[in-house]
Design a protein around this ligand. Sequence first.
Ligand code: AMP
Length: 550
Amino acid sequence: MAQYPQSPLMGRMMSQPLLISSLIQHADRYYSDVEIVSRRVEGDVHRYTYRDCHRRSRQLANALTRLGVGMGDRIATLAWNGYRHLEAYYGVSGMGAVLHTINPRLHPEQIGYIANHAEDQYLLFDLSFTPIIEAAAPLCKTIKGFIALCDRASLPASDKIPNLMCYEDLIAAESDDYEWPLFDENSASSLCYTSGTTGNPKGALYSHRSTLLHSYASSMPDALNVSARDVVLPVVPMFHVNAWGLPYSVMLNGAKMVFPGPALDGKSLHELFEQEQVTFSAGVPTVWLGLLTYMAQNQLKFSSFKRTVIGGSACPPAMMKTLRGEYGVEVVHAWGMTEMSPLGTAGTLLSHHQKLSEADQQSKLEKQGRVIYGVDMKIVDDDGKELPWDGTTYGNLLVRGPWVVSGYFKSEGGDVLQDGWFPTGDVAVIDPEGYLQITDRSKDVIKSGGEWIGSIDLENIAVAHPAFIQAACIGVYPPKWDERPLLVVVKKPGMELTREELLAFYEGKIAKWWTPDDVVFTDALPLGATGKILKNKIREIYRDYKLPTA
Ligand code: AMP
């Protein structure tokens, strides 16, 4: 960690460490009766308040202390978005231990690898994941016990899970008399492994300080803009970069929190949005796809939903238009990554943009937005030379800031910074007003005749056509060119369109040489553990694809 010189005259302000426990203390004291509503694995809807959450988090801290958990120990979770998971967010980090959220969509072998790498001591899991735990338990070398997030009546009868404990019993045996300890704000608070599409996953180890600064900055008006008047439903899972920090920032602002649990289908989500009068949400584009398809089929509207942040992968402009135009929902297009806690940029307008036409405003908002204070960014060429912000020059995107990793857990991957900047692996352009536009992951870039073709642009155009719901564009190798774009698309049920009609749809929208060389129609695209389209899988499938021009 960098050390800085001290001034001969230091300020005379209180020095209070920025700790995660302070968020729940604040929420209990100043928003005690605000509700936390959770759809549970058990099927029912559970309600309680911030005060209850604080009380049970303290009981959990006592229970973990009794189990011998100490500062810096890693406690894993395999759980949906729900109140017990939230108690682990506060109970574990608050006592100085480290919350390690594991993505349950990983294979048991990957879960075993991650749990061993993290040296997890205990693992808390939702009942839906019992079969995964049974498969992964023998592979987990450091875990001393598995805690099922349920009451005694629902405890699974499994002889394949060693030292199986019941969460409700465990905390019921404890008093809520617990003083949150004070310690250095740079202590580790939570751990999240990157999706790791290539190589082993690597851990981003957040600190209390980085989490609190991210919570402040991400709740600002030109970022997520969360307030005490909001009802927030994080669709983004609590195992995907801490639900983009919402369990912290929502508590900081005293908003009502609604957790969807395992029910992420369009019908269940729409019902919960309406029942709880949700105003704000967050998720990756594929989640909205399911919800919007269900709503269109059933001619439904929202009565309270006003604003959502979409990120994790590029939000197609067509989706933004539908949400805004048909449902009155403002979309904040955000960009970030596990290594950035995750928020880096958010798409909102500047003052003078208010004079622009709606179409011009829309084209600004379609980009991934401007940095939130705390994050700094630049684009560089392959030699590390900084490139201009002219809206057309592509470069490798680098970032720095107090909630950006300085290296991975256990120094995996070695020294990752370049002159103090973190290389994101994304390729982007930045316009003169500082709006970032991600054109590709560097490993997904299509290079044709030495020039780059932006695959995200090509995908956005395909899904702007009413016949398509999903598209992925990859590079394939004909002999003549370095690489040429192949478009793989999923049609809407009942829609028919030919290859020629789709390619004609590109005319006038892009430079002619960007036009995909061919189109493949498929029933579904492979999705990764966080709901993102897996381009490396698609590239594998079509590696030997023969383009018609070849
Ligand atoms: P993860 O760490 O799994 O959340 O993945 C981070 C990566 O997702 C980034 O480096 C980007 O490649 C991609 N990503 C995140 N948000 C966006 C966005 N709004 N548009 C395009 N790509 C995005």
